[in-house]
Design a protein around this ligand. Structure first.
Ligand SMILES: *Cc1c(COP(=O)(O)O)cnc(C)c1O
Length: 355
């Protein structure tokens, strides 16, 4: 029994609640372990390793992810990147041109873009100066048509983890709380996905694009109460995670030790890079990061961005984001890349003194 029992079914769009989902050939008959002759899906019968549709339930992959993430298979939904999962959340729960979400700016841009795509209202609440949630203002912004609050923790582009107390306060409201944990593997805090039992209004998304080094295969995961997962499954395209992705993910997820080593190194390099960047004259502030990137306040972000491009270094200019005036976001690279970045920044620093 969860501590928090929101009527999830009532929150879904009536059209989705009553929707009879498509049943694929692989749905109607799913005994994959048996050697049978499959003449049910109009596939080309000549085996080439890719002529069959993927498992629409991605069971083997989910079982492996379940072992790694310690979340039961029935609380999991996989998507073509976590972007697809976020989009599904809008399509299941939000009546277009009527209902709204709340986001906390500055944050991940896709929350607002997906709201726009789905014609869902998006109320932006400004974070506090230290990039935490302004819970009082969020509560004021909630109205009868607010169905969810989107939180990114660790937050992109600021890099920090969002305080547990703030998220707990929001979980007490009559809304869904979506926590995007794209960078959770770089932080020392544990995932909200381990607390699904306590909050049936909690939805956690993660991705294999960042810490897992698999951005190219497009794989994201959603962890939530089974009622939410079942609703999302209704709108999920039958074969949204393709054979190549499932196969490749299974192969790469065999070696957790290697991944842990990479994450350890990225965190070490992040800490080294943060310290070194602080010594650059035009750097005003380096924000603490629980992610694989750092937010840096400089004297003139537009100018420094252009200068670094000239040095063949591409970073992200975030100066137009609220609270991020003159900030750039830098992804932690390899030690060689980080060294090149520092050298280039030091060179620009010296340059400034000459002119
Ligand atoms: C990169 C990123 C994602 C994108 O994840 P995909 O699984 O690649 O779609 C989602 N959320 C945040 C906050 C990100 O920074």
């Amino acid at each position: 029994m969860s501590k928090r029992e929101l009527d999830i079914l009532k929150m879904a769009r009536p059209s989705i609640r009553s929707l009879k989902p498509y049943a694929s050939a692989k749905d109607e008959f799913k005994d994959f372990d048996q050697e049978l002759i499959y003449l049910d899906a109009n596939e080309n019968p000549y085996e080439n390793g890719l002529n069959r549709y993927p498992d629409p339930h991605q069971l083997e992959l989910k079982q492996r992810i379940s072992q790694i993430k310690k979340v039961p298979v029935e609380n999991m939904l996989l998507g073509n990147g976590s972007d697809e999962i976020l989009d599904m959340i809008y399509r299941v729960f939000f009546e277009p041109a009527q209902e709204n979400i709340i986001i906390n700016t500055p944050t991940f841009g896709m929350f607002k873009v997906l709201a726009g795509i789905n014609n869902v209202g998006c109320t932006e609440v400004l974070m506090t100066d230290d990039f935490q949630l302004d819970v009082a203002s969020i509560k004021k912004a909630v109205n009868n048509d607010t169905k969810a609050i989107f939180i990114c923790s660790p937050n992109n582009p600021t890099g920090n983890v969002i305080a547990e107390t703030a998220i707990l306060a929001l979980l007490e409201l009559d809304v869904l709380v979506v926590v995007d944990e794209a960078y959770i593997d770089f932080s020392d805090t544990s995932s909200w996905s381990l607390r699904l039992k306590d909050y049936n209004n909690l939805i956690v998304t993660q991705t294999f694009s960042k810490a897992y080094g698999l951005a190219g295969i497009r794989l994201g995961a959603c962890f939530a109460n089974t009622e939410i997962i079942e609703l999302l499954k209704k709108v999920k395209m039958p074969y949204n995670v393709n054979v190549l992705t499932q196969r490749t993910a299974l192969k790469y997820l065999e070696n957790e030790k290697l991944r842990e080593q990479e994450i350890f190194e990225i965190k070490e390099n992040r800490n080294k890079l943060s310290k070194a960047i602080l010594k650059i004259g035009f750097v005003k502030k380096v924000y603490a990061s629980d992610s694989n990137f750092i937010l840096v306040k400089v004297d003139d972000a537009n100018k420094r961005y252009g200068q670094l491009i000239d040095k063949e270094l591409v970073i992200r200019n975030r100066t137009n984001q609220p609270l991020c005036e003159n900030c750039i976001r830098i992804t932690v690279g390899t030690p060689e890349e980080n060294k090149f970045l520092l050298k280039s920044m030091a060179y620009l620093d010296a340059d400034k003194m000459i002119d």
